[in-house]
Design a protein around this ligand. Structure first.
Ligand SMILES: [Mn+2]
Length: 232
């Protein structure tokens, strides 16, 4: 099995025409690499878009790029990030899901006071995929407190947990966002596909790929220093 993990792509974050072009070229290139490498599926751990309702010319291009993966019978699994989630409006993520372009991870229901996230089995690879969506102001931290861990441990196979929340142990001096402890993640997963921290991090089985191009101003400098690669 081979999969790609991206996060914090923040399409639409730039306003300069040249940077806009580079932003989309980088996204296109990442997806081309996924097709070349013949990945079984792609994970996007939140903040695919910079805002919940982005410019439609960006959405059109994204659909065009993602359709090649879909036509190749590969799935794209996405959780909401803090940027592309909206508490009282439909997000573009929902539209992409309705159109069959992406599969949204993070939906769930409350059973006996505990949150049971929907668990999806990827048809190609049999990977078991679940997770928790982000909300504004890291409110999803409350969901981790009522997560039905026993239910999640009942699934057997290669297990992936997607989330868009910072891990407190990984925060650097000067980074102030509210996170969770790594022990708040459900145990027994093979790969924890994180987003929200805009740096490339491998911490045990917890992974943050960092942005492809830029989300916050400082990212551009950081991604420019990195080698050209997609995290596969
Ligand atoms: Mn982000």
């Amino acid at each position: 099995m081979k999969f790609a993990h991206m996060a914090d792509i923040h399409l639409g974050a730039t306003s300069d025409p040249k940077l806009k072009e580079l932003e989309m070229n980088t996204f296109r290139k990442a997806f081309e690499i996924c097709i070349e490498e013949d990945v079984d599926f792609i994970l996007i751990s939140g903040d695919l878009f910079h805002v919940n309702i982005p410019d439609l010319s960006i959405v059109k291009e994204v659909v065009k790029i993602m359709k090649k993966v879909i036509e190749n019978k590969r799935k794209i699994y996405v959780v909401y990030g803090s940027h592309d989630y909206s508490p009282n409006a439909v997000s573009i993520i929902d539209i992409l899901e309705e159109a069959g372009i992406i599969v949204r991870i993070g939906r769930g229901k409350i059973e006996k006071g505990l949150f049971r996230p929907e668990v999806i089995v990827d048809e190609r690879s049999n990977a078991i995929i679940t997770g928790i969506s982000a909300r504004k102001l890291s409110l999803e931290r409350e969901v981790f407190k009522i997560l039905d861990r026993e239910y999640l441990s009942s699934f057997k196979g290669y297990k992936i947990f997607m989330f868009h929340t910072a891990i407190d142990e990984l925060k650097r001096k000067g980074e102030y966002y509210e996170g969770i402890s790594s022990t708040d993640l459900p145990s027994g997963f093979d790969y924890y596909a994180g987003g929200h921290i805009h740096r490339r991090i491998e911490y045990g089985r917890i992974f943050y790929p960092g942005p492809l191009f830029t989300g916050w101003g400082v990212d551009l400098e950081n991604t420019a220093k990195e080698k050209e690669e997609v995290f596969i």
